[in-house]
Write a protein that binds this ligand. Structure first.
Ligand code: 5CA
Length: 495
């Protein structure tokens, strides 16, 4: 399975063969999680949940939104009206008020915020939920990437007393998402989306993009400063310390199962999945090498049988020790040949394999084989727990480093703020304008395009520059289309 030359084919094959997702469900844009895929999904979400839990509380709002609430925020509905699935009947009875399947939950949550929030003492309010959302996507649907049923929309909504506090929250959300993607070893670029591409109803939108092996950008997270717009529509006010009534300031941010797509696509190779140990459902597979098939010694004679039993017991012992040490470990003592076992677990992305054979046993050792680079190390059986733990931590770092090296960043051009110019660049080059890199980019340590430097150093708009090389050309120059003053924006073919 060649990953680069035909990424699309590789991606479909991997979802099927590594048992992530079954795409045979008869509803467009809706898919079935296999057990292995579901475990991976839950481990990934567990990280996000634990990060969110530090400062947010989990809630659960209904799936159905009354039409009148959904239509209230004019900008918002303009952006979503073509994407909404409607429930119009209960049995054979037409509903008086049609109900929307949430495409996102602002209009479900904010009417309730109106009654929850009374005073400055109720603020800040930070909640999140992990729910399914529905979007009638008209573009080509793709498993985990463009869904009509997003099965796990991790949406956070926060409410503040002032715009400054809401902006502070946006920064915190950037830091939180950076930590999340760092732990998935997925590199990213954070940009501020152009005005014409922000979330419907937001003041501005920041987005995380990663790069898939076919050179296309995948937007994996967005953070929106909503300001007062929804507060005015839904009349969410609070009594401030001085007794005056004020509109609240809001933010929201979310991540879908695209984060799972990113982990699969960024790290995988021609043999299958390569999973960072942090999120691998099986971190270690122990394979006893039993030369006498059948373990009872049917082929190897009595002596071979006894040796095979010892090897098996050594494997069982290693599994027990690792399990006790909190490692997600599995013993493969099936009757398959070792080669077939290696193939199977490599396909599923198990980061580390422990092989124990008769020769290893005589030397009181075993062999560790890393999935991502196939390197082998002989380690004493007595030190297997510490050696495995060390290896897993090194693998996590090496996979991250490798992904950062492969992340070439994005090209950039100078553009003014007019939508007309942006659209023209998109059309002419067949790309999306991702936007200006935001200052916070630096902290994450990603190689992504960071344009620094003084304004208009080169003065030539329109040069294409690889991201990752800082400073060259500066952050301001002439718009490639109209030659007026422009800023450096990143562009990429995108999903
Ligand atoms: N309420 C806000 C924040 S939660 C919101 O809905 N933002 S969003 O529209 O930008 O969606 C959040 C993220 O979900 C996007 O950045 C994108 O990564 C992902 N996403 C959007 N549409 C789909 C889709 N159809 N399938 C899979 N993921 C999607």
């Amino acid at each position: 399975m060649e990953r680069k030359s035909d990424f699309s084919e590789w991606y479909s094959e991997i979802l099927k063969r590594a048992e992530i997702l079954d795409v045979r469900y008869p509803v467009k844009g809706a898919y079935v999680w296999f057990p292995h895929g579901y475990k991976l999904r839950n481990l990934i979400y567990g990280i996000l949940r634990s990060l969110l839990d530090e400062e947010h509380e989990e809630v659960l709002f209904p799936l159905l939104i009354p039409e009148d609430e959904l239509l209230k925020e004019k900008e918002h509905i303009k952006g979503f009206e073509e994407e909404v699935f409607w429930v119009t009947k209960g049995g054979s009875t037409e509903l008086e008020v049609p109900l929307a399947l949430r495409p996102t939950s602002e209009t479900a949550i904010y009417p309730v915020f109106k009654v929850w929030i009374r005073s400055h003492r109720d603020l800040p309010l930070r909640i999140y939920q992990i729910v399914n959302t529905f979007r009638y996507e008209t573009k080509h649907t793709r498993p985990l990437i463009r869904l009509r049923e997003i099965t796990s929309f991790k949406e956070a909504h926060t409410v503040h007393a002032s715009r400054a506090e809401a902006e502070e929250q946006v920064k915190k959300a950037v830091t939180l998402y950076k930590e999340f993607f760092d732990r998935l070893a997925v590199p990213y670029l954070v940009t501020r989306r152009p005005e014409w591409d922000k979330f419907p109803g937001a003041d501005y939108t920041l987005a995380f993009d990663t790069l898939l092996p076919d050179g296309r950008a995948l937007q994996v997270a967005t953070i929106h400063l909503l300001g007062e717009s929804f507060a005015r529509t839904f009349e969410i006010k609070f009594e401030d310390r001085d007794g005056s009534l004020k509109f609240v300031n809001q933010t929201c941010y979310g991540i879908s199962e695209r984060c799972v797509a990113a982990v699969i696509s960024v790290h995988g190779d021609e043999r299958g999945l390569v999973l960072p140990p942090e999120v691998a459902p099986v971190q270690v597979v122990v394979v006893p090498i039993l030369y006498s098939r059948g373990r009872s010694g049917a082929e190897g004679g009595a002596e071979g049988g006894a040796e095979a039993e010892e090897v098996l017991q050594a494997g069982v012992g290693v599994v027990k020790e690792l399990k006790e040490a909190g490692v997600r470990v599995l013993l493969d003592d099936s009757d398959e040949r070792p080669g077939a076992k290696y193939f199977k677990w490599e396909l599923k992305g198990v980061p580390l394999r422990v092989e124990v054979g008769p020769r290893d046993l005589r030397a009181k050792s075993c062999e560790l084989v890393c999935r991502h680079d196939f390197s082998r190390t002989q380690v004493p059986l007595a030190e297997v727990v510490s050696e495995v733990k060390r290896a897993l931590s090194e693998i996590q770092d090496q996979i991250h480093e490798r992904a950062k090296t492969a992340f070439r960043g994005f090209s950039s051009v100078f553009l003014c703020e007019q939508e007309r110019c942006g659209r023209e660049v998109e059309e002419r080059l067949g790309v999306s304008v991702l936007g200006e890199a935001v200052a916070e980019n630096r902290e994450g340590g990603e190689r992504g395009a960071v344009a620094e430097g003084k304004s208009g150093e080169s003065g030539e708009g329109g040069e294409r520059e690889e991201g990752g090389r800082e400073g060259k050309g500066g952050s301001e120059g002439k718009c490639v289309i109209c030659a007026r003053g422009g800023k450096r924006v990143y562009i990429a073919r995108s999903y």
